[in-house]
Design a protein around this ligand. Structure first.
Ligand SMILES: Nc1ncnc2c1ncn2[C@@H]1O[C@H](COP(=O)(O)OP(=O)(O)OP(=O)(O)O)[C@@H](O)[C@H]1O
Ligand SMILES: [Mg+2]
Length: 440
């Protein structure tokens, strides 16, 4: 990570630079705002440490200009001791954090590491979000919540490799969408994307479906047929519900993955295949391995990379945007939700995840008389859903999130103060904010 230190005091600059370089960071320095902006134009600076009080320009002014040029830049503002009003302003301006002088170096290092960790996620997920927005990719994925941003950044890293990846997630969370995204972001994007739903194929047809058959190989095989593996050559083979694959075929699949060859049913000759394999499941394959219903060697082969699509109830921040998206897609006339109806939806647990939400919107827009959907239009299970019931841990997480947000708002999002009010350390607060996906 490239860090720019902006401070008009030479000793302070030198001290911070020496310390950070020892920690392995690349560091540039500037003795004032104008010099800083000049450097910023020509170097890919990812983080700036800015002294708030400088002679030629205030730190917040410098930051504002940097943000205008590069919205993703991260910043820690360094303020005089006790200067909290400035600190609040600084946060409002978009500094990610602030520190008071004299700077505690270990604390600084901890803050930088925290920023560093989130940095990649943001950069990587931005690339995907932008590609999707610029309609380069023929699919849409809503995912501004922290868990989805993390998933998208993982997709970005997984896509350009040739490894197999296992996509896990409850029903309707968007596993197939993620598989398509990996394909479209990968090296084989111009090749075919071939899907096999392992739950939908009768057991006796599995082998022929995957590997193909020769004419007369079995009753009903009236002509030669290429299997999905062959069809996916040069592209991606997506095995959905891979947990449903019968044991005997698991062995054949493993052999194909190892040798990159298939044999059509009723044939003796091997055919070379070159397909990247992505799999998805809502089952616990590890558990199945323990129970002996899924081969361990195949599991390791498929699970080189693992992605988990979070259930909708763990990313409620996405619900409103998804509703908007599905309204656009399905409503024939402008339709909106009353605040109460919206609130009820955001609270609901959505056991069927995004698919359930999608179907719900589809139904509502066809049934609603006016152009406003009220609570009374919602199906009873949603109308009556309170956060009551469900798992204890979910309820506790909800209460905790609410308390965190309240404390942060009461203290103008100054984390030190909010943490104090909650009786926890700032580090624990940041950890909990991260986990609950709380952003200002
Ligand atoms: N983040 C998202 N943004 C927009 N649409 C989504 C998103 N996630 C899922 N969908 C939509 O929800 C529906 C279900 O998604 P998908 O089929 O990918 O889920 P799945 O996890 O494969 O489900 P299943 O476990 O039932 O196979 C699809 O119509 C998909 O387009
Ligand atoms: Mg699916």
């Amino acid at each position: 990570m490239l860090i720019l230190i902006v401070d008009d005091e030479e000793t302070q600059r030198k001290m911070l630079q020496g310390f950070l370089e020892k920690q392995g960071y690349k560091v540039l320095t500037a003795s004032g705002g104008n010099e800083a902006l000049h450097i910023f134009e020509s170097a890919p600076v990812q983080l700036v440490l800015i002294d708030h009080r400088m002679e030629d320009m205030n730190g917040d002014e410098v930051l504002e200009k940097m943000r205008a040029a590069s919205p993703l830049v991260r910043a820690i503002m360094i303020t005089a001791y006790g200067n909290v009003t400035t600190a609040v302003k600084v946060m409002q301006l978009g500094a990610d954090d602030f520190m008071e002088k004299p700077v505690d170096l270990m604390e600084l290092l901890e803050k930088i590491r925290g920023i560093e960790q989130s940095f990649d996620v943001q950069a990587e997920s931005t690339i995907i979000t932008e590609s999707l927005e610029q309609a380069e990719l023929p699919i849409s994925i809503i995912g501004s919540s922290t868990p989805m941003q993390e998933l998208l950044s993982l997709v970005y890293r997984v896509a350009p490799t040739e490894w197999s990846a296992l996509i896990r997630g409850e029903t309707g969370t968007g596993k197939e969408l993620v598989a398509r995204l990996i394909h479209l972001m990968g090296l084989r994007k111009n090749g075919p994307f071939v899907e096999v739903n392992c739950a939908a194929i009768p057991e006796n047809l599995f082998e022929s479906e995957l590997f193909g058959h020769e004419k007369g190989a079995f009753t009903g095989a009236s002509s030669r047929r290429r299997g999905r593996f062959e069809l996916a050559s040069g592209g991606t083979l997506f095995l959905d519900e891979v947990g449903e694959l019968p044991l005997q075929l698991q062995a054949k699949l493993l052999r194909t993955l190892q040798e990159k060859k298939v044999t059509r049913v009723g044939s003796e000759t091997d055919i070379k295949v070159d397909a990247r394999v992505l799999t998805a499941t809502n089952k616990d394959l590890k558990q199945m391995v323990a129970e002996g219903t899924f081969r361990e060697d195949l599991f390791f082969r498929l699970n080189v990379l693992e992605l988990t699509v979070p259930p909708l109830r763990e990313r409620r921040d996405d619900i409103m945007e998804l509703i908007e998206f599905f309204l656009q897609k399905y409503a024939v006339k402008p339709t909106s939700f009353s605040n109460e109806a919206m609130a009820q939806l955001v609270k609901y647990r959505f056991p069927g995840n995004v698919r359930e939400l999608e179907h719900l919107i589809q139904r509502l827009v066809t049934l609603v008389r006016g152009n406003r959907i009220e609570v009374s239009d919602l199906p009873p299970e949603i109308r009556e859903s309170r956060s009551r019931g469900g798992h204890l841990s979910d309820r506790l997480a909800e209460v905790e999130k609410e308390m965190l947000i309240t404390a942060l708002e009461q203290h103008n999002w100054v984390q030190t103060r909010a943490a104090e009010a909650l009786g926890i350390s700032e580090r624990v607060l940041r950890y909990k904010m991260n986990k609950a996906g709380i952003k200002k």
